[in-house]
Design a protein around this ligand. Structure first.
Ligand SMILES: *Cc1c(COP(=O)(O)O)cnc(C)c1O
Length: 463
């Protein structure tokens, strides 16, 4: 590093440190809340399928002075002066997104995958246009046309579901496509443990002249490393969150592969042009330069060999966890998993999803309630539990530790007695013992770089 780079690095570092010191001095209430969170995450077994842990370098990039730059538009075509530095950062993020996913076009400005989906849908469909997506209770996302979402109110949404084995009902989707002639078909899920056949969806889309949008929010990390088949060249447009499996900041991406210069529904603009306009000015204002810097950082980390190793472990861990839970008599939906996610039907054990979630949280284990196909309980109660292995794998836990995690889950659920849909009793001895074991496990597998003592984390980190 030359001297001027060192000076700049130290100016940036000093600014962050001064900010932390100022916060502690002038706003101890907020500082305490922020401090507690690091300790909590370090000591908690997070099995939230939509979560991952951002490398501290990602957090540092997100906390930069670029937050002060206001610049609508795109690199080289801003509506404000003073954006030369930000232009370079956004170009870097775009190049890294294209490289990571093998895409020809990338938009790094969406503030979330929800806003990415809204940008894409409004670019491809007229108001009232027909959208075909996976039903929410079958594992779809709100933005795939749920009546609770703008996408279900602004467009005419039709939903496909699952077959008797809990797998996507491709035949049913094809039939619905023939009947309703959607302008857009969305392939993607928030709660689906199996491989999604994007090629089959593309054939369905082609059979009715629809655009295929792949939403890989949950599996983006697996797609980058080839652990899940990539939809980039199969779908017309692909969207993702950047914080779920990519270990990035809160945010979204829009990606296009070989269809980048395919014409959109207006017959004049390419899909890439439509996506540029669909994000800004149609559905967003100024981009968040600090978040885009953090996306650039995360997108560089996901192409490193260590991340490939982590994603392999994510899948192996999920499969081991599913097998261990099945062996203990739990009902694993679809009988297993191909990705990072394990879905449990939990009501059959006499507790609801929310009761299971709360009892586990008391013991330091985080997993969230989830609606499952044919669910008879309302969304805030639910009959299922969704588990994910992203963070466990990031901590370096392997299949041996999954047997341990399955035992902990099982013991807590077995010691939980439902009093109602939302109330329960948990055996205090089991709670005490599980907390001790969770603390021991988390101590043995620290979050890489989050604890000052985790020197050996160097060899384990994949994010
Ligand atoms: C989480 C999720 C989203 C929304 O992502 P946000 O970045 O949280 O807005 C969209 N689609 C799918 C499939 C998701 O799982």
């Amino acid at each position: 590093m030359n001297t001027s780079a060192e000076t700049r690095a130290s100016e940036r570092t000093e600014l962050l440190l001064r900010g932390c010191a100022l916060l502690g001095r002038t706003d101890p209430v907020l500082a305490d809340l922020l401090d507690e969170e690091v300790g909590r995450q370090t000591a908690t077994l997070a099995m939230i399928a939509s979560a991952s842990v951002a490398d501290p370098s990602v957090l540092a990039a997100a906390g930069s002075a670029f937050s002060n730059v206001t610049a609508e538009g795109y690199p080289g075509a801003r509506y404000h002066p003073g954006a030369a530095g930000f232009d370079a950062i956004e170009r870097l993020a775009v190049e890294r997104a294209k490289a990571a996913f093998g895409a020809r076009y990338a938009n790094v400005q969406p503030h979330s995958c929800s806003s990415a989906n809204i940008s894409v849908l409004t670019a491809l469909l007229p108001p009232g246009g027909v959208l075909l997506g996976l039903d929410l209770d079958s594992g779809g996302h709100l933005t795939h046309g749920s009546p609770a979402s703008l996408t279900g109110r602004h467009f005419t949404a039709v939903h496909y579901g699952l077959d008797a084995d809990g797998l996507i009902d491709y035949e049913g989707a094809a039939e619905l496509a023939r009947t309703h002639r959607p302008g857009v078909i969305i392939a993607g899920a928030s709660a689906y443990p199996r491989t999604i056949d994007f090629a089959r969806f593309r054939a369905i889309a082609d059979s009715v002249g629809a655009y295929l949008v792949a939403d890989i929010s949950h599996i983006a990390g697996l797609v980058v490393t080839g652990e899940h088949l990539s939809p980039i060249d199969l779908a017309h447009v692909t969207t993702t969150s950047t914080y779920k499996q990519l270990g990035g900041p809160r945010g979204g991406l829009i990606l296009i592969g070989r269809e980048h210069d395919t014409l959109g529904p207006d017959g004049r603009s390419t899909l890439a042009q439509l996506m540029q306009r669909g994000v800004f000015p149609r559905s967003q204002g100024t981009p968040d330069p600090a978040a885009i810097a953090a996306k650039a950082r995360a997108l560089d980390m996901v192409v490193q060999p260590a991340f490939k190793e982590t994603t392999r472990r994510i899948v192996a861990d999920a499969q081991a966890l599913a097998a261990a839970l099945t062996a203990r008599g739990h009902r694993v939906l679809t009988g297993g998993t191909d990705n990072h996610m394990v879905l449990l039907e939990i009501l059959g054990r006499g507790v609801t999803g929310v009761v299971a979630e709360r009892a586990l949280e008391e013991c330091g284990i985080l997993a969230n309630r989830n609606r499952i196909p044919g669910d008879v309980k309302p969304p805030l109660v639910a009959s299922g539990l969704r588990l994910g292995t992203n963070v466990l794998a990031q901590r370096g836990m392997g299949t041996a530790e999954m047997a341990h995690c399955a035992r902990l889950l099982h013991e807590v659920l077995a010691a939980t007695t439902a009093v109602s849909d939302t109330e329960y009793r948990l055996d205090p001895a089991v709670r005490r013992r599980t907390r001790t074991e969770v603390a021991e496990l988390c101590g043995r597998f620290p979050l890489p770089y989050y604890a000052p003592t985790s020197a050996d984390a160097e060899t384990r980190t994949g994010f």
